[in-house]
Write a protein that binds this ligand. Structure first.
Ligand code: SF4
Length: 371
């Protein structure tokens, strides 16, 4: 379990190590000829350091070339679909938090199918089903039913829901789920409880061990990430990279993706603790690509359109498009959003931009028949 590794690594020590990186350290990594296989976690630390920011152009060029050689000029498009905004947790940064007085909604079968019709009409074949975390209202039976409905319409079904038990992940895999996304939010154990004071999510270790349970269940793909803006993004990202490295070694047959959610405005008063600039986000994406050449890197519509258009060719492999962040949002909704999207263009508009840059907008790249 990754939770047994974590206590041996000091947050403060990593923070200190980042300040000691020199320009020579960064130059040595970028001048290697075999930069597609031999990079280490220490290299990742160097590349996310403040010193490496001066080498962003070189990092972006290397990241772009590694991405094209591994993935071609392809961007996979997916649609997140919120099934429910019910949640038993208090997360201080989230619009769905238990104590927020918002209209709550869990989609019925009929409403789910209405959403599918609209999403499908845009051309999507890959869907990400999202819920808040509620044991009873969106428990395993609800999820299995939603997945069964989704499988009739989409070739690739992924989920981002409450952490579950291993046997439940096995059931979801059997039902046709391709990938499970679960974000640790922050690896800073001491402050984690401040952001998650109530509910099952306040159990740091249970969440941390979730990718192990997903891997043990044999899921095809696991997505991880941190919520950028809670704690020092460099240290949190280093821990996330360590987690990824551990998972790749432990569950070597599984595919992985990393996402980069930055805190966005929402219902409530949360102010980000730290701010990650767009340049720093690009630096982070390039560092992942250079050190983890085979990992899928995903950029959501939380980011503004102009920024997404510039950086997707520099390391990204999948993007959401035309996203709605409320249950029923594609067909109709009066419920509240989890967060504001920044890129409000339609899926077709995003696909057109991708093609204009001589990239392929990929609506479908996987089918159960291929397994
Ligand atoms: S982040 Fe997730 S668990 Fe936390 S309040 Fe929002 S929906 Fe619930």
């Amino acid at each position: 379990m990754f939770s047994t590794h974590l206590p041996s690594i000091s947050w403060n020590k990593i923070q200190e190590n980042i300040t000691q990186i020199s320009t020579q350290d960064v130059q040595a990594i970028l001048s290697r000829s075999d930069n597609d296989s031999n990079n280490t976690l220490q290299d990742f630390l160097c590349l996310i350091s403040p010193v490496a920011a001066a080498y962003l152009d070189e990092m972006a060029q290397l990241s772009q070339s590694l991405t094209q050689s591994r993935f071609g000029k392809n961007i996979q498009l997916y649609a997140p679909m919120y099934l429910s905004n019910e949640c038993q947790n208090i997360c201080t940064y989230c619009g769905f938090s238990y104590t927020n007085k918002i209209p709550r909604k869990t989609l019925t079968d009929k409403e789910i199918l209405q959403e599918f019709d609209v999403i499908k009409s845009y051309g999507f074949e890959s869907i990400l089903l999202v819920t808040g975390e509620h044991d009873k209202l969106v428990g395993i039976d609800y999820l299995l039913n939603a997945v069964a409905l989704a499988k009739q319409h989409f070739s690739q079904v992924s989920i981002e829901v409450q952490p579950l038990e291993q046997h439940e992940y096995a059931q979801l895999k059997e039902a046709g789920v391709f990938a499970v996304l679960v974000y640790q939010e922050t690896y800073h154990k001491e402050t984690y409880k401040n952001y998650h004071p109530k509910g099952k999510k306040s159990n740091f270790n249970y969440r941390l061990e979730t990718p192990d349970r997903i891997g043990n269940a044999g899921m095809y793909k696991i997505g991880i990430g941190v919520l950028l803006g809670l704690e020092d993004w460099r240290v949190d990202s280093y821990f996330n990279a360590m987690h990824l490295d551990y998972l790749q070694r432990t569950f070597w047959q599984t595919k992985y993706s990393v996402s980069f959610p930055r805190i966005r405005p929402h219902e409530g008063k949360f102010i980000a603790n730290t701010h990650l600039t767009e340049k720093e986000l690009l630096q982070l994406i390039c560092a992942y690509r250079i050190c983890f050449p085979d990992v899928e890197l995903s950029l959501s519509s939380r980011e503004r359109a102009g920024f997404r258009d510039i950086i997707f060719p520099l390391g990204i492999t999948s993007m959401s498009a035309g996203s709605k962040t409320e249950p029923g949002g594609y067909s109709k909704s009066e419920a509240l959003k989890q967060f504001e999207v920044n890129d409000e263009r339609s899926a077709q508009e995003v696909a057109n931009i991708i093609r204009a840059k001589q990239y392929e907008a990929v609506w479908k790249d996987w089918d159960a028949i291929l397994v």
